[in-house]
Design a protein. Sequence first.
Length: 413
Amino acid sequence: MYYDFAIMWDWLAFAVRWLHVITAMAWIGASFYFIALDLMLKPADDMPEGASGEEWEVHGGGFYHTTKYLVAPARLPEHLTWHKWQSYMTWISGAALLAIVYWAGAELYLIDRAKADLAVWQAIAISAGSLTIGWLIYDFLCKSKFIGDNMNGLMVLLFVLLVAMAWGYTQVFTGRAALLHLGAFTATIMTANVFFIIMPNQRIVVADLKAGRSPDPKYGKIAKQRSTHNNYLTLPVLFLMLSNHYPLAFATEYNWIIASLVFLMGVTIRHYFNTMHSTGKGPTWTWLATVILMVVMAWLSTNPTMSTSEANAAVSKRTEQFMAAPGFEQASITVQGRCAMCHAEEPTWEGMIVPPNGVILQTEEQIARYAREIYLQSGRSHAMPPGNVSGITKDERKGLVRWYEAAISGNSQ
């Protein structure tokens, strides 16, 4: 049956999300480790020729001795481990998840017709195109003669670019999609750094060594610059990827400012740890700055929430089909009675300020628009309401299932 596709599609999204998290953990872990290792390296009297520092570590009951060569060792070992697939698979799985959730569900999650009345293909084109354009602009800045060698100036320009994109995305997409895309925009820059800059430069060095030539130190310098950028961008990307679960981050009037401040938090946090690894003591002022930034973000989130596409968009043909399906009247009564106390523009549930995930279920149009989510969350599973706090019955859940499957069966005929 066609409605079984909704269940399998949700499991596909879950599997890809799981893969994305696993590979991201591997990439971030390796990245943080090598940045810390690089900063902890110290010179020693008995280091081999060409070595710039060494580090002794203990882990898992064993001792590890690491030596770094500024350019490359005199002899290339037979076994050489390349750290690249963690980055590639993180981006590939993230792109797949973007397509599964936001492109396939563009009408619900991506397009905000109150901002831009886009066709699905137009929204997808903007989504994909913006990721490519972002990398091209960033790469141009890094390679330019007027700013490319100025690390601090380059970071400032990168921040300006990210702020501009944060604002731009919120003018086109839903708040949830805007922050998610800003994370994808940044992650694309990070993976492109690995694929187009860091790995090719390392291959040049290896080829020179095999050919008996002395590698040019500039390739290592360029790769180090891009790796440092990745180091400072990692934490903001994690925040933006998690933001789609927190309406106070994405569904507020100043969501683009909140997203911008996250990048400053990434700098303060990483600066502390990078300095600590380098000198043995981190600057404590960075934590005060981080707390202040977080408080400002929380304060910004208390401003009025944005008018969401779910509340303002015109009723689509698919939504009309769900409203016309047998059982919709009873399903609507169930949702309004069991769910709308939380999923409202102004929730009445004590302690709740905004609707969970920005989902509003007050009108028949909104209920029909979220038919698939209601079916999966409250019909096929008991995920909603949490702990069944509103006392939805088994018969009511069955009614939600019958309504959705009747609508889908009608659509597929």
